[in-house]
Write a protein that binds this ligand. Structure first.
Ligand SMILES: Cc1cc2nc3c(=O)[nH]c(=O)nc-3n(C[C@H](O)[C@H](O)[C@H](O)COP(=O)(O)OP(=O)(O)OC[C@H]3O[C@@H](n4cnc5c(N)ncnc54)[C@H](O)[C@@H]3O)c2cc1C
Length: 366
């Protein structure tokens, strides 16, 4: 190791940690990436892998669009339109979709708004009888998150990242990083440890406004049709195709316990209600083959906390279930900030004191 090289420790080899570590190493930084388990063993490996640039906010739209480019470069993205709909009688959701579509177009996104007849024509896999309106984002797709993690581990190693797996770390009160076999004080530490980020930052004296909720997905088999990526804003669930099956998600509810102790299996109410929703949406019966739950992080304003907490200490968390699709671009930008460049002002982690209330998402629960 050259004594002149900047040394950075990245905690957490999920989508975000892998991305920022690889970018830093490509810039010549001496990077060690720590994970308490294997890469992708946190939320990343449990995610549905939906990716789209359909954001109203300018920063989100830019980061999501750039991330889609990176997913394509890696060869892990299956391009597929993202369709979100509102049902008849849900005037609030109908108005929201029309308003969102207009604002997204103003951000340069390719979005069309379709009535039920046009939706049925373009997406015959979807039952449109009770739908009022739908919006379609063309720049979208889905990713097998395991394939992404495998590709990123290769890239990280090729860039020179030292990957330490099965290596849980903590932070000391002087900002040092404490691993089971050594203690180190690198030039900077980036904490991208998902729901564990709050406790790690607290150990170094920083209070983060991050809450946790549990979200669920299932896989339903024997799907005859070929649906787009689909979100029903009235029934509040999403689905995406997955090799002759569909992956179906939501089932969110607040989780205040130990992030190591949550139930990783899906609830029976989520499974039952999701099957009904999918059968209504696709007009066929389905069989559930597997399911899982994972943890998501949330903030008071629904924007993540990304950037500098204190000199030499950076965080990235609080994704509201949208961290995977923005991870590659966030990694690029956070790496620049660690090296002295501009951060993402909108996501500044110091904008909260840490004790603000957080409105955690709720969905289908037992
Ligand atoms: C069911 C479900 C579906 C989802 N679907 C989508 C989706 O379709 N699209 C989307 O964009 N997002 C989705 N998400 C959200 C997405 O999974 C997260 O936003 C994203 O994966 C966050 O990545 P991360 O790298 O920040 O965190 P993580 O992937 O959680 O990585 C954190 C890593 O830190 C490690 N770690 C924690 N503590 C320590 C420690 N003390 N020492 C060392 N290592 C540590 C963990 O082992 C873990 O590997 C979904 C989430 C869930 C649960």
């Amino acid at each position: 190791m050259s004594p002149d090289r900047t040394r950075v420790a990245v905690v957490g080899a999920g989508a975000v940690g892998l991305s920022v570590a690889t970018e830093l190493a490509r810039c010549g930084v001496d990077v060690t990436l720590y994970d308490r388990g294997d890469p992708g063993s946190g939320s990343t490996g449990r995610a549905a892998g939906l990716c789209y640039d359909a954001y109203v906010d300018r920063t989100d739209a830019r980061l999501a669009a750039r991330s889609l480019e990176r997913f394509r470069e890696l060869g892990v993205l299956t391009d597929r339109p993202y369709v979100w709909v509102a049902r008849e009688g849900d005037d609030h959701a109908v108005a929201a979709i029309r308003e969102q579509a207009g604002r997204m177009r103003a951000r340069g996104r390719t979005i069309s708004v379709l009535d039920p007849v046009a939706l049925a024509d373009r997406f015959p896999a979807i039952e449109t009888d009770h739908l009022a309106v739908g919006a379609v984002a063309s720049n979208a797709g889905y990713v097998d998150t395991d394939a992404f993690v495998a590709a990123m581990v290769d890239r990280a190693r090729a860039a020179g990242v030292a990957l330490r797996t099965d290596c849980p770390v903590s932070l000391g009160t002087d900002g040092e990083l404490i691993a089971p076999d050594h203690t180190t004080s690198p030039d900077s530490i980036v904490i991208a440890a998902g729901p564990h980020t709050r406790a790690l930052a607290a150990a170094a004296g920083h209070s983060l406004a991050v809450g946790t909720y549990r979200a669920q997905v299932l896989v339903a088999e024997d799907i005859a049709a070929d649906p787009p990526i689909f979100y029903d804003a009235s029934a509040r669930f999403y689905l995406r195709p997955a090799d002759g099956s569909v992956l179906v998600g939501d089932g969110a509810h607040p989780y205040e316990g130990d992030p190591d102790e949550y139930d990783r299996t899906a609830d029976s109410a989520f499974l039952t209600d999701s099957v009904t929703r999918v059968e209504t949406t696709l007009g066929q019966s389905v069989t559930v083959s597997r399911s899982r739950a994972g943890l998501c992080t949330a903030t008071p304003d629904r924007d993540p906390l990304v950037g500098c907490l204190a000199p030499g200490l950076f965080v990235a968390t609080g994704w509201h279930g949208h961290g995977f699709m923005r991870a590659p671009a966030v990694g690029e930008q956070l790496a620049k900030q660690v090296l002295g460049g501009e951060g993402i002002a909108h996501f500044d982690p110091t904008r909260f004191d840490g004790d603000e209330p957080i409105d955690l998402p709720t969905g289908i629960v037992d």
